[in-house]
Design a protein around this ligand. Structure first.
Ligand SMILES: [Zn+2]
Length: 109
């Protein structure tokens, strides 16, 4: 958790590519709806094409945007529908970090 290094966008691109390649290899399903993703389709185009989603919405946790641990495979359409909301029903993979006290309570001011 001491990873406070700000990554360059180039590193982010590389991490994204590596993540996509991994998901593609494993035919990872969409983490939001559990349906297969069309890895042959151009990213971010068709509704069932691959789209990089984040465990925590970037708007809520911009500090985690470049953290590969938070990357999740999703459909372009599902990610669009999700918006900034937390997913209604996480598919099986309930993360140890799902409940983050930092997100819960304290609001400032
Ligand atoms: Zn989906």
């Amino acid at each position: 958790m001491a990873n406070r290094t700000r990554k360059t966008s180039r590193a982010f691109e590389r991490d994204k590519r590596a993540f996509f390649a991994k998901c593609c290899r494993e035919h990872a399903p969409c983490w939001l709806c559990g349906m297969p993703i069309d890895y042959a389709a151009e990213k971010n185009t068709a509704d069932d094409s691959f789209n990089l989603d984040h465990l925590y919405p970037v708007s809520k946790r911009p500090d985690l945007q470049f953290d590969p641990a938070g990357f999740r495979p999703s459909h372009t359409s599902c990610n669009r529908l999700r918006g900034n909301r937390d997913p209604a029903t996480p598919i099986g993979l309930l993360s140890r970090q799902w409940v983050d006290p930092a997100l819960g309570g304290q609001s400032e001011g």
